[in-house]
Ligand binder design. Structure first.
Ligand code: IVH
Length: 686
């Protein structure tokens, strides 16, 4: 059976148990599918609001037709089955979810049932921000972090211990401030998240490298934490807030407020500052409004507030339902969404020739921000959503994340809407475009496409590239439009006379630009590699490639296999590099750049490295050095004419092993490479 991702179910029109059974089956399938996309793939295809709508409809139907309730329904479970590859961790106590409510009346109902069941007239609550990240559990034995896991299906989660250890805010050893000694065994829970700033920086870098971007900070956090290689997690700025204790041997807490204070005193990050004790439910509602206002100012995403009974004995008295406790609710904020008209779908051409559809909208205010454009991600998205030009659409904005077009409102169609078709040709240069079979990537096949050239040239001359001052986007456009530049390499053929004939170029500025361009020829080889804009090769990878291969000639000839021998280069990057160099236009550009006299090897342009006592010697540093940072040690070697490599092979002359050196040291021993301690190295450089 085919699963409908968006089943059309109207609970009001369902009268019989038979009808309900069909609708319930559809909803369960859809919800299971979306759980899988959200929790396992970190790549949801619907928004939280849409998901919640399906979930609430299913709950409503199961309540109306209790005979159809089953224990395997998604309403009875949390999350999704964990991913096996990471290793599994069984939670000592199940990790449950929270009941979600969307309006004040449901909060009052919650309060009433708390008061009724406890037999008291007023309940003290504690209200906290609802962080939009992913739930994790940390286990500390004798104060030392031993296991960390994701929530998974609530019973069993994924083992992310190594990854969690890379988060700076997570203490590896608990502390004791103000005499708060940490318990022998402590099981704490909280939320790992990514700030808007880190999320935007990450997406920017990914876009620059031709990688796919994350839809929102939550997906970025989940995708970063659920990595098989903790080095990847370490490179992403993740943060954490802890908010509950599941177990603490020999330590009794009276209130949730006390829990939060103790966590802080043990060195665990909490958000007490934004937490509020509410003497009755009305104060919790005021808090909800305050936080809703704050939402746009906070550096991270919150999607509501969590209202909990503060007294833990009262929490235990109320107990649990199957998937959530009776003593807490998540009161979500209204989504920042709006309805507007989809005026047009335009196509942008990126530096790597990638085509991206963008929605042009009737400007509309979404949560205080005027939105006239929204990303459509890729062609497959536009087709899947069946977006038509002229449609009335719902758009949504999460934090300061780029607005997205969620869905068209089909009932508002009048027949004049125009179905979207993937263009056959590039909108800029009219060359044919190539579309992948899943329709997720489309690229212009013309490497000299002006749109690509504009972007690749501005990348080439950028500060971290060839660093050519005075060649901003406007001037680049001017040069391309005047026909003076038709490839990256042609900037090196420009003359001051040619520039002098252009508008806004005086003699002085023409000459100084030519000088800047000429100066850039001396930039080191790794900068040139980065500046070329090889998809997925950022400045760090460019440095590694330069030091591993030493010259353009060798790198161009490198096979997939050779590239993958380098630690940080996986199959995808390796393929991207070989494809880049296989292209005839790329090869032409490189020949022209060589002729222009650019540094095509690590030796050229770095006079200090061509002599010195380490000339011809290659070093690998591994483990932790105490006297220098790794980069400093590498510079010392390079200044003496040596080379630094990141992987061990029989070609290496010295492996310098610091504390806790691991697999590289083993490999060096096996290959019989000379091993130096940090002290040996110090002696050597004296
Ligand atoms: S308490 C038994 N407090 O929201 C209740 N959860 O939708 C345990 N969340 O699974 C959760 N902020 O991942 C709690 N201040 C907070 C929270 C919070 C975010 C998440 C958590 C939970 C989910 C439920």
């Amino acid at each position: 059976m085919r699963i409908e991702a968006r089943p059309k179910v109207n609970p009001k029109s369902i009268k019989t148990s038979n009808e309900a059974s069909v609708a319930i089956a559809k909803l369960r399938d859809a919800i299971r599918y979306h759980n899988y996309r959200y929790y396992i793939l970190d790549s949801p295809v619907i928004t939280d609001i849409e998901y919640d709508r399906f979930f609430l409809t299913l709950l409503e139907l199961e309540e109306k037709f209790p005979e159809l309730k089953t224990s395997d329904s998604p309403t009875q479970k949390v999350g999704a089955e964990p991913r096996q590859e990471l290793g599994l961790v069984r939670h000592p106590i199940p990790m449950v979810s929270l009941k979600t409510v969307y309006d004040e009346s449901a909060v009052y109902t919650f309060d009433e049932s708390c008061r009724r069941e406890l037999g008291i007239s007023k309940v003290e609550y504690i209200a906290e921000p609802k962080f939009d990240g992913l739930a994790v559990e940390l286990i500390y034995e004798k104060g030392i972090l031993t296991v960390a896991s994701t929530r998974g299906d609530g019973e069993t989660g994924e083992d992310v211990t190594a990854n969690i250890r890379t988060i700076r805010e997570v203490p590896l050893v608990l502390l004791s401030y103000e005499g708060e000694k940490s318990p022998n065994s402590l099981v704490v829970r909280g939320e790992v998240y990514m700030s808007f700033a880190s999320f935007n920086a990450l997406n920017k870098a990914r876009e620059k490298n031709g990688e796919s971007t994350f839809a929102n900070p939550r997906n970025a956090a989940a995708g970063s934490l659920r990595q098989l290689d903790p080095k990847i997690t370490a490179g992403r700025s993740l943060q954490i807030f802890l908010y509950s204790v599941a177990e603490a041997t020999g330590r009794e807490f009276k209130t949730q407020a006390e829990v939060l204070h103790s966590l802080s005193k043990w060195g665990l990050k909490t958000n007490i500052a934004r937490t509020k004790i509410c003497h009755d439910i009305k104060e919790a509602l005021v808090y909800h409004n305050e936080m809703d206002e704050l939402r746009d100012i906070l550096p991270y995403e919150i999607d509501g507030v969590v209202i909990k009974i503060n007294n833990l004995a009262d929490q235990s008295r109320l107990g649990m339902r199957t998937r959530d406790p009776k003593w807490a609710v998540a009161y979500k904020f209204k989504p920042r969404s709006a309805t507007t008209k989809l005026r047009d779908i335009i196509i942008q051409v990126g530096r790597t020739g990638r085509l991206t559809p963008v929605a042009e909208l009737d400007p509309v205010n979404v949560g205080g921000v005027e939105v006239a454009r929204a990303t459509l991600h890729n062609f497959s998205e536009v087709l899947r959503k069946d977006l038509r030009i002229g449609d009335t659409v719902i758009i949504e904005r999460a934090g300061d994340v780029i607005p997205q077009v969620v869905i068209p409102i089909e009932s508002k169609r009048d027949g004049t809407e125009i179905k979207f078709q993937i263009p056959k040709d590039c909108p800029i240069c009219e060359y044919p475009i190539s579309v992948s079979s899943d329709k997720k990537t489309a690229t212009c096949t013309n490497i000299r496409c002006p749109a690509q050239l504009r972007r690749s040239l501005s990348h080439f001359v950028s500060r971290s590239g060839m660093d050519i001052e005075g060649l901003g986007q406007k001037r680049i456009d001017q040069l391309i439009d005047a026909g003076l530049v038709n490839s990256i390499s042609s900037i090196y053929l420009l003359t001051a006379e040619q520039l002098g004939e252009l508008e806004r170029f005086g003699d002085r500025s023409s000459e100084s630009l030519i000088e800047e361009i000429s100066k850039s020829k001396k930039q080191p080889f790794h900068r040139l590699l980065f500046a070329l804009g090889i998809p997925q090769v950022g400045s760090q990878t460019a440095k590694i490639l330069a030091s591993e291969f030493g010259s353009m000639e060798r790198l161009q000839k490198a096979s997939l296999f050779e590239l993958q021998q380098i630690d940080s280069i996986g199959p995808e990057i390796a393929r991207s590099i070989t494809e880049f160099f296989a292209d005839a236009d790329t090869r032409d550009t490189i020949s022209e750049l060589t002729r222009a006299g650019l540094s095509m090897s690590t030796m050229k342009g770095r006079s200090s490295t061509s002599s010195g006592k380490f000339k011809g010697l290659t070093f690998v540093f591994t483990g932790t050095l105490t006297r220098w940072r790794r980069e400093e040690a590498a510079t010392i070697v390079e200044l003496q004419g040596g080379t630094v490599s990141s992987s061990v092979s029989s070609k290496i002359d010295y492996v310098v092993a610091g504390a806790e050196a691991g697999s590289k040291l083993q490999k060096a021993k096996k290959l019989g490479v000379k091993i130096l301690s940090e002290a040996d190295f110090a002696k050597l450089i004296e």
